[in-house]
Design a protein around this ligand. Structure first.
Ligand code: PEP
Length: 316
């Protein structure tokens, strides 16, 4: 099969080997458009070839600087939470689909409440906007009254699932361990988990924010390994900033995003890390300009078509 192979060379640069013929267990790098078509792509190299051995066999070697963010396409995710009704959803989705035709350089996802997934799927069917869900149960099926499985979400054409949102960690007492199990269930159904992590105000004030984030991330890494993050999205959502109108300063956000990226090891440059917490049209541009922020997870701003579209446009 013909694939592009990207190998990391030290700190300074990546090499991309175009049209490399590979034999063996090397799986396709995700292409940004495969999510819409529903193609399941897994990342990662099952073997680690030495570029020195491969290089002589290659016709084309392209040198890119690491500063290039091209490989991480910006992503804006709207989390409607427990808002909306049939009439309001129809008009919101009509305005959003009219305003976002897909020619732009960012991916957009909308996560309505479960009862409106079907309606949203109909409204989005001719649009480049993707459907996501706000939560999922970690079990495949069975006697779990009121719960929804990942395969049910896949049935409804969801492509992304938010897991570990702080409202669920706090109000539904979802543990780090459960978040890890949900991650596995979501990927097993061929969907992409959006894993939220973030510290409380108390953690932040005590200077323990990185410790909390490290604990939340490591719970998933310990359960799944890091390789599977090639097909996942991370979101940094400081609890004190979600729904409060307070946004992390660019310095605070960048510090955490850089830290999270470093935790990803060899996938550091591949995984999209979103910022969430009172992002609005007026502050989105400043956040998106930061090197380690690849888009936003929006709550309140996703319920207003103009605000939402302005943020999507700021992301491209
Ligand atoms: C969220 O719920 O994930 C969120 C970021 O909310 P808001 O944008 O309203 O702070």
């Amino acid at each position: 099969m013909h694939k592009n192979l990207r190998l990391k060379i030290g700190q300074g640069a990546d090499f991309i080997f175009g049209n490399l013929e590979l034999v063996g267990a090397f799986q396709s790098k995700r292409h940004k458009n495969t999510e819409k078509s529903g193609a399941k792509a897994r990342f990662g190299c099952m073997f680690k070839p030495s570029w020195l051995t491969l290089a002589p066999a290659l016709g084309e070697v392209l040198l890119l600087t690491k500063a290039s963010n091209a490989k991480r396409r910006q992503l804006v995710v709207g989390n409607w939470k427990m808002n909306g009704n049939l009439r309001e959803n129809a008009s919101l989705l009509a305005a959003i689909t009219k305003g976002w035709q897909g020619e732009r350089g960012a991916d957009v996802v909308i996560c309505p409440p479960y009862p409106y997934l079907y309606q949203s799927r109909e409204c989005l069917q001719h649009s480049p906007i993707l459907l996501g869900a706000q939560s999922v149960n970690e079990q495949d099926k069975g006697a779990f009254t009121g719960e929804v499985s990942a395969s049910m979400l896949a049935d409804l054409d969801c492509k992304f699932v938010i897991i570990g949102h702080n409202e669920r960690r706090r109000m539904q007492h979802e543990s780090d361990q459960q978040v890890a199990q949900k991650f596995v269930a979501v990927q097993k159904a061929g969907l992409i988990p959006i894993v939220c992590v973030g510290e409380s105000l108390q953690d932040r004030e005590q200077g323990k924010h990185l410790e909390t984030i490290s604990r939340q991330l490591n719970a998933v890494f310990a359960h799944t390994g890091k390789d599977v993050f090639s097909n996942a999205v991370l979101a940094y959502e400081p609890v004190w900033a979600v729904g409060t109108g307070k946004t992390a300063t660019p310095e605070q956000a960048e510090e955490v995003h850089k830290f999270m990226r470093a935790q990803l090891g060899v996938l550091a440059d591949e995984v999209r890390i979103l910022y969430g917490g009172s992002v609005k049209a007026h502050n989105a541009q400043q956040l998106f300009a930061l090197a380690d922020i690849d888009g936003a997870l929006l709550g309140g701003a996703s319920l207003d078509a103009n605000e939402f579209l302005a943020i999507c446009k700021a992301a491209e």
